[in-house]
Design a protein. Sequence first.
Length: 103
Amino acid sequence: MLEAGEQLSDAIRREVLEETGLEVKPLSVFEIFERIMRDNNGAAEYHYVLIDYLCKITGGEMKASDDASNVRWVKRRELAGYKLTDGTLAVIERAFDKRNNKG
């Protein structure tokens, strides 16, 4: 979560480190989308704006923290076997495609 007065790049570095133990360098915005979660009456209950960044790992040691129950590297072909939030798998697939097209 972005803290008041915090630059996005600083928040990315902080959040990734807190949740995974990895130090990263944000390279570029990959995708921006919003997710609106509605209550039983159809009224907006939560409204999130999600900004996905492509990052390069620069250090740290991968480990789960109190924000994450587990952290691991997963092969692309194994991703569909995980329970992910709606739309997440498609974003990850597009990021893989972008990375692979850049060589």
